[in-house]
Design a protein around this ligand. Sequence first.
Ligand code: CP
Ligand code: NVA
Length: 331
Amino acid sequence: MDLKGRDFLKLLDFTTEEITYLVDLAAELKEKKKKGILVDGLRGKNVALIFEKTSTRTRCSFEVAAHDLGMGTTYLDPSSSQIGKKESIADTARVLASMYDGIEYRGYGQDIVEELAKYSKVPVWNGLTNEFHPTQMLADLLTIREHFGKVEGIKLTYMGDARYNMGNSWMVTCAKMGMHFTACTTPKYFPDPALVEECKKIAATTGATITLTDSVEEGTKGADVIYTDVWVSMGEPDEVWSERIEELSPYQVNKAVMDNAGEQAIFLHCLPAFHDLKTTIGQEIEKKFGISEMEVTDEVFESAQSLVFEEAENRMHTIKAVMAATLGYNG
Ligand code: CP
Ligand code: NVA
């Protein structure tokens, strides 16, 4: 499998075999890291990390993975570069590609990361856009595979805001990997109909299924993975909180949902999650709306079925695999 020189913008651009290869490579790199075996064959290379939105996991994963591989990093935060304000994406791409071997971008529209890739002669990696979060998908696939021993045939139910980056990404991933995807939410939050159609076509070739339902009882029954994400994503206005809480509260992941899924079910969440009052936003929401938990209850988040911290660790190993493969590391 040769992915050298490829961009990593969304999983729609990759075959089932290529995605599997990246997860395999991540597992190999994880094992080597645990055994203390250095894999630093990309010494002398440098990568630029552009973040127009905040991050803990993605930024740290790119930095640690790059350093493990022997590479240097430059972190560009939302306020410390000219991007988009004084300099276009096309110009930025050509400048950075002349100095760096790869560019990570986290920001707003998918069109921005696609434009960056169009004008960059070095690989561009999507660290999250409004539409997709592909590096998260690889971490989640690795986590699911470590737990169930496979991904094909696994039933994944996505609850809450299924029309944003995480819901879209999961529908695409399930279609590509022969998994059974259910969006369980109120129809307003179902993924974009055009993307649903595209995914159904892919699903017809892989054995995957795509289901959209507003019934919690039916949508979560027998699911292997219950997945959710925040109800208000980065970049969305504060004014939407009240309608999101009202419309998405019936789709909160709580003990009744996990019990309905069954004892085989695991809980995953890309994080950060609102499950207690230990954050400023959590406290503000409690003051305003009188609730102390949102998309997931603390009980489920802290339960034995929750693998969210294993999942978070896997961000680093899978991001390492993406950089290694696209920069030409051959094992
Ligand atoms: N899951 C995820 O992307 O986390 P960060 O926003 O902390 O990078
Ligand atoms: N949907 C969330 C994902 C965070 C990793 C957001 O875009 O803020």
